[in-house]
Write a protein that binds this ligand. Sequence first.
Ligand code: GLA
Length: 353
Amino acid sequence: MLSRRTVLTGAVALAGCGQSTAQTDATLPPLKSLAPFDLGVCAMTASFKDPQWGPLAATHFDRITPEWEMKMEYILGEDNPINFVEPEKWLRFKAADQILTFAKINGMGMFGHTLVWYAQSAPLFDKLSGDYDNFFDAYQAYIDGVVGHYKGQLTGWDVVNEPMLDDGSGLRDCLWKQVLGEDYILLAFHRAHETDRHTPLFLNDYNLEYYPKKRAAFLRLAERLLKAGVPLHGLGTQTHIDATIAPGMLKAAITDIASLGLKVHVSEVDISLKPEGMVLPGTDLAAGQIRALDEITDAYLQLKPHQQFGMTVWGLRDKDTFPYRKDNSDKPVLFDSTGFAKPLAHAFAERFA
Ligand code: GLA
């Protein structure tokens, strides 16, 4: 639960956000008022110091996903001793609490990302890796502690992030699988659901549009989980793509992922203008970016309304994104680095006109 102090600190931070003097594009209607599904954006608390970030995010988006500060690396970052009784003394919630406060004050939701990820563990779990029983207890206690802290306050949780191998041959190797076996996924979902019965739980992965075999394996996993009675309510397709993506790939992915009838979250959209492969001379990357987002939106709008959980953009302005941070130049999202709406944002808005 949020303490009164956290709420007040957040309110002060927000007051700072309200004094934006930066110029933004008044000709763009609030995107969240146009899209029939929820629009999300990712955030780091550092952005709250920027007077432009808050008002721009709150104007256009319905909800926030913490980009990093809800991951294990942050929450277990201080390596405090396990405390099953008072998880607040063991787990670090400071940053994600600030994001939640910001979201609440602005009438936005917050999506939890992520409980279990192959890419992150913590010294605690490394130390316990030879001791199944204590590892199992700590794993359950971690999920319990984090889900419990935010119980009833989130729009959903990415319970397991990126479990699949790219070649479609199955689950990736990771500490969780090494110690707990493939059931690490099932365990995480059950535990999260026991702790918070009403928050939808998601399995999330990337490259599902580029690698149909990976997508098929991802869907097989989801089906197995459902058959085993696992409380899996939605599937996330991250959608980190580039502007040269072939027409049809995004639609095929979204349609396929929806075929199980679960909620679908297009969960981390960015469309890079710096493709890794060869780009044919004369390729209009900006037009490709608009086309790709169009295809995502069109495919998404064709899903049953109850499956349209939402679309989340992975960064508010170009400079806030992961592709931009790689070389200080990519332009993968709706607003440019000064906060001005790009033609991409206007084209997106026009889909709903
Ligand atoms: C993956 C993760 C995200 C984030 C991005 C890079 O997609 O799911 O949380 O770390 O990588 O920004």
